[in-house]
Design a protein around this ligand. Sequence first.
Ligand code: ADP
Ligand code: MG
Length: 834
Amino acid sequence: DPSPIKEPKKVTKQKVVTLTKYVHVERDPEIQAARLKLPILAEEQVIMETINENEIIIVAGETGSGKTTQIPQFLYEAGYAEKKMIGVTEPRRVAATSMSKRVGKEMSLSEKEVSYLIRFDGNCTDKTKIKFMTDGVLLKEIENDFLLKKYSVIILDEAHERSSYTDILVGLLSRIVPLRNKQKMPMKLIVMSATLRVEDFTSNSKLFKVPPPVINVESRQFPVTSHFQKTTPKNYVQEAYKKSLKIHNKLPEGGILIFLTGQKEVKYLVNKLRKAYPCNKDINTQKTASHLKTKKKQEVDSDDEFDVKKALNHMKRAKKKFASEISLPKINLDNYQLPTDDTMADLLEHNLEDDELSENYDTENEDDDDNEEVPMNKQPLWVLPLYSLLSTEKQNRIFEPVPEGSRLCIVSTNVAETSLTIPNIKYVIDCGKQKTRLYDKITGVSSYVVTFTSKASADQRAGRAGRTSAGHCYRLYSSAVYSNEFEDFSKPDIQKKPVDDLILQMKCMGIDRVVNFPFPSPPDADQLIMAEKRLQALGALEETENNVGKVTKLGKAISAFPVAPRFGKMLALSHQHDLLQYTVALVSALSVPEVLMESKDSDNKWQQTRNKWASDGNFLALGDAMILLRAVGAAEYAGSQNKLEEFCNLNGVRIKGVTEIRKLRVQLTNEINLNIPQANLCVDPQMKPPTELQSKLLRQILLSGMGDKVAHRISQDELTTKEEKRKMKYAYNVLDLQEHVILHSASVLRKKLPEWIIYQEAYEIDNDGNKKIFIRGITEIEPEWLLTYCPKLCNVKQIREEPMPRYDEKDGKIYSYVEGTFGRAAWDLPLAEM
Ligand code: ADP
Ligand code: MG
């Protein structure tokens, strides 16, 4: 029986009490002048009074009104950073790093005092007063210090984005803050959001018994005229190109901001626009004062934030340190050291930024024929890309003055929707799409799709044109599509993505009854149950009927690794036989999409090479995962960058994939060394191919994390007709689907067709209504392993009398043979020892 929802407290704006500022801040006059123009400055008094009188408040305001940059400063001046820290969380890494730099600059404080901490990176010190961090980082900190004793106030920024971590933080802090105040350790919470669906936080009586006061920051927004297209073109990148030429050729001055869906599209359009205005070539390479400063750096790091050279040097140093052959001490799971050090707090933030994930913009689809608009304007166009993986230096170029006489044009992903406010935009071109990863809740089948955004997002995007004067938004879709196909709001992440890692983390905090947790919008019950089951099957949670299982020792070890739980388990089991370095490489390789490309020619040289690798020398690969490992290993022996390119072209390896894997290996290795000092692991980019024993163990370790992805070949004996035999040759059954799946043609096991396999991914292809599910990333397993590595999925019926139990001299144990079934489909287990 839900208690009636109470009205939020009214915030009175008339009350005049002079604020006492305790802490003096020295600001540059220019910066101070710019601050005074921000709408939020007019609300400082109201905000500070409200926060002084309430434990929890909500601040809602238009993007660009000054919430992120100013509120931490208000708090600082009012003394909130005197004894403890002011903590600010951001769902995006970009925002955490760039906002800490901006606020530090505005306050003339160094990065020692205004700092950031994101996964794998940070500059916090014991002098830090204001700490920007990703929401995942703070969640991890709560695991070690439930009351967040180091903070006097927490600001949850961009709460409207509804990232899973922020949602959980809102739920946790709704309890932590009152508890702290009860214990006489005062603490405040500020939830900040764009002006979107604030009711999700205020009208949820499970979350806040008394709804916190809401302060709406009124900001001046100039009218924006929206123009819809008559039709909705398929190729929106091309359409965006044409539209930007039109604006630049014909319309009065004012910056252009173009929204596309991913990094690849952005880069493509930036190049195309720069080419269209060759007159600005020298402008685009022109050095303004601050460009000069960063020039040197940019020459070294291409468009990648990651500095490969630095990483390699690091590896070399590490190698020297542990000269000779690296041998890992055997680590007993019981001795696992869980992180206690605060600097490791960011361990579990494992959501890759969307930009990093699969890209599906195909330049071949481009139709250049009806390119009516040609560049005519002699005025240069200053074209800049913006996406989350761009280095901070390059991102900051959007805030720098535009070279004299040219027009600003920014091509962005949805980073520019609410996280970063770009000055002087008058025209917005919105493709109306966004890239999302879709998951089937039950089967876990995933796919990347470009879908329409929500009405709320489209309106946010349009709003970017009206910050400094009246503007225009060109929507590359029809008004009918907007009204009929766009949802009002995007669903919160927690209702869209698998929640396995979140549940494991909550259990690690001792929240056993996840269903009772005060989520702002609860994930659906089925999804919670499935995730809990998968975690039980992994052995990370105790098995219970009603899903209140506590975390196990293994579960704790798994959660210490900054990867998805199934990969965490693989790492946790790899402490023997020098396996950890291979598992690290394998887990990294499996986390990067499409490393091995599929060839389109008929002779299929790449496939031939892979087949050859599969059975080369003493390296019996027995599957695609091991081929991947082999390709990654071989690439490291290529030598120079040119040689590497040659190797990749010859063998169909995506070179960028190789770089990403290397980066992940270094990161994972560093994390493991910090967590498990005994491991003394070092990434040797040139590790030797695994021995036959090692590759067998690796397949077993893969199985231990992927028990839910076991597939069993459909028995060919029962097929009678020739037609049936042809059709079902590559067909397998998987655990959670009724229909059969097809082993993908790019698998090296397509020739062998083993009876038992594990697959990395199942995905559906719809060929004109003819739907087929394919599985790829295949590894052969032995059915005898199931009982050892996926015990939770086996149902043992009885111990057999025949053959006789066997005494093993090595470990002094007696093994008997058992009979039973595997998985919900109840496939017969083969004769297995126990
Ligand atoms: P909100 O959080 O309400 O969306 P912000 O605090 O992010 O607003 O931004 C306030 C203002 O500060 C905006 O006009 C924005 O353009 C400006 N700003 C933010 N970061 C920078 C920066 N690095 N350089 C110059 N101006 C910036
Ligand atoms: Mg903001």
